[in-house]
Design a protein around this ligand. Structure first.
Ligand code: 5GP
Length: 173
């Protein structure tokens, strides 16, 4: 399908090695990697191995559409990660794609400017961001990016249907 950017598992492997090389070549090494769940979890894990970082965390971010609201803004959902280890750390935030860019913009603003509220104490960290893809319309420019595309991207982890007891019973794995 020429209307889609089709990231295969094979190509994903190459993308992650090339992103890792970008990060190492920049001379900046994170102490900790934070994945934006769920799309950033698999890219973040692969990057962690590729640059030799074991300290991993995750943040659940989703778009929330309030009743009667026309604005769509991303929000952080539970479970919240334990942020007590964050102060003074260099953090790499990883997501699959910066499309509108609002998810990454919000997380990066939170970490760098607004700060995380740790029981009355507000913590700021030095953060950079990495994505596999960036769309031209993104309001946020990630520090590290593999490719730019304006197409809808098929990621290998979400392109197939969810496996359910019903689909199994019908012989579709
Ligand atoms: P944002 O618009 O905040 O940059 O992206 C929010 C999320 O929407 C992304 O992390 C990703 O999970 C999903 N998303 C955005 N664009 C695409 C796309 O082209 N393909 C897929 N599979 N998901 C996308």
């Amino acid at each position: 399908d020429p209307e889609r950017e089709n990231l295969t598992w094979e190509l994903f492997g190459r993308a992650e090695r090339e992103l890792a090389a970008q990060i190492v070549a920049s001379g900046w090494m994170p102490d900790l990697i934070i994945a934006i769940a769920r799309g950033g979890l698999i890219p973040a894990g692969a990057l962690g191995y590729a640059i030799g970082i074991k300290a991993m965390g995750a943040m659940n971010v989703e778009f929330y559409t309030g009743v009667g609201q026309t604005l769509e803004e991303p929000v952080i959902l539970p479970p919240l990660m334990d942020a007590s280890e964050l102060p003074g750390k260099k953090v790499l935030v990883v997501d699959d794609v910066a499309d509108s860019g609002k998810t990454l913009r919000m997380v990066m603003e939170l970490l760098a400017h607004e700060g995380l509220d740790l029981g009355g104490q507000t913590v700021h960290v030095e953060a950079r961001s990495a994505v596999i893809y960036r769309k031209p319309r993104s309001v946020f420019t990630p520090d590290y990016c593999w490719r730019e595309t304006d197409k809808w991207i098929n990621f290998p982890w979400s392109v197939l249907p969810v496996i359910t007891p019903e689909s199994l019973a019908q012989g579709r794995a």
